[in-house]
Design a protein around this ligand. Structure first.
Ligand code: F6P
Length: 364
């Protein structure tokens, strides 16, 4: 009899359910149904406060295509894990106690960056942990791809596609703001897939003059409209020189005047060109709905691999995909590392060859 715990932690994404289904289905097959699965409610919170339910085989049927997470999720910041809760509870000890009380053989954690840091912490504390890489941001170190990312690219691309037709009809400048504070993968991929003219991502700080120059240049060449894909965390060249603390202050100040960075950019373009700029923010839509076929396959493969790892007792690892092969990486090697877009990578070079601007071009 295997006793397995499962939780989904952090911001949700598509294919969380598909991944859990992949783990469960494979476990039931491998152990001839001699498996007990405990699902913790709302991520680490459920593990801390012993809020869980014993899952049945039926819980995992019919969920391949369903977005969100049947277990619920919450953000429990890693940096607060060592702080007691408002009632003085030691969170880490509480999680270990729940694990031991349920006599779990392994805890499967579906989560992004912060969640994998906590997964590593629990592994270092002696629990048998397997991580699964979830996030629409695709910013987890050690894996080429996270599940959720491609589905979010589909949605963000669809938004840009829709904006394209109305922008062309009205000869307008449009900004589409795409999720991603620390990494620009989603904006870069959706921007390229949607044919954006300018893409602004945190990894390539922009100069607003250069962005304005591109807009004017396009207008002079007879292009009536311009589409700008802006990551939530896009930074100016000046922002990039600031300390973390000063950058936080600058963002707080900006948020007093604008809802987000895209609106500041829009106002700057309007001030310089006199042309109206419309901003579209798809926001959490990018995390919602059904996983796309790519994510359904990826998450099923990763789930099956996680179950195999349980059978081999390969703990303290996160499932990953590298060069199309599903594999695993030690949690201690990936925890706390962010995978960001390399400004010198092929994809950026190719995008530039296509004529896409990143706002760092010299003004001619
Ligand atoms: O980490 C995933 C993510 O969707 C980011 O892209 C986004 O910046 C953030 O979560 C939004 O967080 P919340 O759901 O807490 O508003």
């Amino acid at each position: 009899m295997k006793r397995i715990g499962m939780l989904t932690s952090g911001g949700d994404c598509q294919a969380l359910n598909a991944t859990m289904r992949g783990v469960a289905k494979t476990l039931y097959n491998l152990y001839d149904e001699s498996v007990e699965i405990y699902g913790f409610i709302d991520g680490y919170k459920g593990l801390m406060y012993e809020d869980y339910r014993k899952m049945s085989k039926d819980d995992f049927t019919g969920i391949l295509t369903i977005g969100g997470t049947i277990l619920g999720s919450s953000r429990q910041p890693f940096k607060k894990m060592r702080e007691p809760d408002p009632n003085g509870l030691d969170k880490v000890e509480a999680m270990k106690t729940t694990y031991r009380r349920l006599r779990l053989d392994c805890l499967v954690i579906l989560g992004g960056n912060g969640s994998q840091k906590t997964a590593n912490l629990l592994s270092e504390e002696g629990l048998n942990i397997i991580g699964l890489p979830k996030t629409i941001d695709n910013d987890l170190w050690g894996t080429d791809m996270t599940f959720g990312f491609q589905s979010a690219v589909d949605i963000a691309t669809n938004v840009i596609d829709c904006i394209h037709t109305t922008a062309a009809s009205h000869n307008r400048i449009f900004i589409v703001e795409i999720m991603g504070h620390g990494a620009g993968w989603l904006t870069l991929n959706a921007g390229m897939a949607g044919g954006a003219d300018i893409i602004l991502i945190p990894e390539i700080p922009y100069n607003i003059e250069s962005v304005i120059d591109t807009v004017i240049h396009r207008a002079n060449k007879g292009h009536g409209f311009t589409i700008i894909a802006v990551a939530e965390g896009a930074k100016t060249m000046e922002d990039a020189t600031l300390s973390k603390k000063d950058y936080k202050k600058r963002v707080e100040k900006m948020l007093k005047s604008y809802p987000s960075i895209s609106y500041e950019i829009a106002a700057q373009i309007t001030a310089a060109c006199g042309q109206e700029v419309r901003v579209t923010v798809p926001g959490h839509m990018q995390r919602g709905g059904a996983p796309d076929p790519y994510d359904r396959v990826l998450s099923s493969r990763m789930g099956a691999h996680a179950a195999l790892m349980i059978s081999r007792e390969e703990y303290g690892q996160m499932v990953a995909i590298k060069n199309s092969t599903v594999c695993s990486v030690p949690l201690k090697e990936i925890a706390g590392k962010l995978k960001t877009v390399d400004p010198d990578s092929d994809i950026i070079r190719e995008a530039r060859l296509l004529g896409i601007k990143f706002g760092d071009e010299k003004i001619k």
